[in-house]
Design a protein around this ligand. Structure first.
Ligand code: ZN
Length: 188
């Protein structure tokens, strides 16, 4: 496994419409392993293949939600002890995903993106959707999604079509977001 470089806006490759996956081989599995390692390393919850420069219809998601059944973990920062709830790993792979029947009711959530660091914006999307996809063996699945999973999969699906979350903003707001990104980069 290897951590790959994450492309950042305005890299033109992020605008590519990715092609369907046709070969379900070892190379695909290795890429998925790399994508999970890259995503966890960057504290992300979703990553599309194009974000690591591979223009194929593949994405990985792990919402890493807190596990309510787990024993709280104790840790220490700067001399103060506190407990926190461990997260449950739930790595999910979506090959050639398609969104069917997005709901007419919408929700707003403050989104961010590993390819647009330090920028967050309220984005409105359908609250629920049905998703069809293939797994790493090419087997087809379908599932109704809602909540964070619905938001995340729609955000990642956009990447496969060359769309960033800031593309949903007005021209003015997108300009402000990109300026903020440039400033953060200069300061780094
Ligand atoms: Zn993203």
């Amino acid at each position: 496994m290897a951590i790959r470089e994450i492309l950042e806006a305005p890299d033109p490759r992020l605008k590519i419409v990715s092609s369907p996956v046709e070969k379900f081989d070892e190379g695909l599995k290795t890429l998925v392993d790399d994508m999970f390692e890259t995503m966890y390393d960057a504290y992300g919850i979703g990553l599309a293949a194009i974000q690591v420069g591979e223009p194929i219809r593949l994405l990985v998601i792990d919402l890493q939600e807190e596990d309510p059944d787990a024993e709280p973990e104790e840790c220490e920062h700067d001399g103060t002890k506190h407990t926190h709830q461990p997260v449950k790993k739930d790595p999910r792979v979506f090959v050639n995903p398609e969104i069917l029947d997005p709901s007419t009711d919408k929700g707003i959530y403050q989104e961010g993106c590993l390819s647009v660091p330090d920028v967050y914006a309220d984005i409105e999307r359908p609250s629920r959707c049905r998703v069809r996809w293939q797994d790493l063996d090419g087997k087809q699945h379908e599932e109704d999604m809602s909540g964070m999973l619905a938001i995340c999969i729609q955000h990642e699906m956009d990447h496969l079509n060359g769309i960033l979350f800031i593309d949903h903003l007005s021209r003015l707001k997108r300009g402000m977001a990109l300026k903020k990104l440039q400033k953060a980069r200069q300061a780094a």
